[in-house]
Ligand binder design. Sequence first.
Ligand code: NIG
Ligand code: FE
Length: 416
Amino acid sequence: PEPSDPQLDQEEEQWDLLFTDARLATMVSNGRPYGAEEGMALAVKDGTIAWLGPASALPHHNAERLVPLEGRWMTPGLIDCHTHLVYGGNRAAEFELRLTGATYQEIARAGGGIAATVTATRAASEDELLEAARPRLETLLREGVTVVEIKSGYGLNLEQEAKMLRVARRLAADYPVTIRTSFLGAHAVAPEYGQDRAGYLDAVIAMLPSIAANGLADAVDAFCEGIAFTPDETARLFAAARDLGLPVKLHADQLSDLGGAALAARFGALSADHLEYTNAEGVAAMAAAGTVAVLLPGAFYVLRETQLPPVEAFRRQGVPMALATDCNPGSAPLTSPLLTMNLACTLFRLTPEEALAGFTRNAALALGLGASHGTLEVGKAADLAVWDIERPGELAYRLGFNPLAYALQAGKQRQL
Ligand code: NIG
Ligand code: FE
């Protein structure tokens, strides 16, 4: 038989898009900071990364579109894994009050804070809530965000919580972005319940089956704190979530040490968030359970907190650290992941590499999306951000400057 021609034998790869001359921050550990690779090509097919490697190793291919990146850096699309992006009104007046000396807790106890946003959110129609959320989401997208987590928690009854979560789902339909929702009915006690926390918590637990049956929540969240719910109440909610097969996450140890991190870990939580007051047992429990630490330096900054989260202990024990904006009208009116990265480096002493991992690989883990998002790897979603920078550390370095060239979600380039 004739020796076969290797060129004809080799199947031609069919790609939708091929980037060449790229510098990749893959965020996969390869012994180099950022999992960096230079002189690379990356191919996209059907919304996923189909191939990546040095240009010299490109297989026989046919790409519908060729995009030379001229040495630009590409990172995974950014993932904002903790936001309260959907809400009515704003709390600028409380900002002014805090500047005259009132604390976040005092304002909350006086009926402001979360309760004020509950009033404004209930008063807004579903369409009005959607319109109010648009500019905040668009601001995130313009900084290269491709996945956003959005919580409820300003409705505090079934109808109003469901309204918030439907708005989050509608945003996913309207924009080239992946949205994950969290049901945060246990954010504050609904005003109708007065001091009856346990009664309201029963009501929240009773909302769960309907929220789950309507596919409105990808996870269940709670606020475990002196001004919110006790650890026992939180555990009761988490047990009910577990019975419905819903993953949990927790606002834990933000203002005081209630053992929230250990509680979250005990329920195998995807993440425990805030964590300024988390103690050593909490860190160890998170490490053992694989619970991600979501750090929120925007809320730390706005509240002028001085207690630092136990970053060095998370490092030592190998707890993955994610970062998020915590975008909300009270403690973090923040819609910039890049500024959040700078705050994390400056205030928490994260390295710029840890900060980028916090908005990519580890944020994906915090949402249970580690298999499909967060790194540049074959088979993962083609959620990609292209930056006009010389080195990846620039992403965390500036304050208020956005070097994004463009981003793609599931292989589709976004115009915003
Ligand atoms: O993550 N900690 C509780 N929830 C939000 C704040 C919500 C609000 O003040 O409206 C947070 O900081
Ligand atoms: Fe929050």
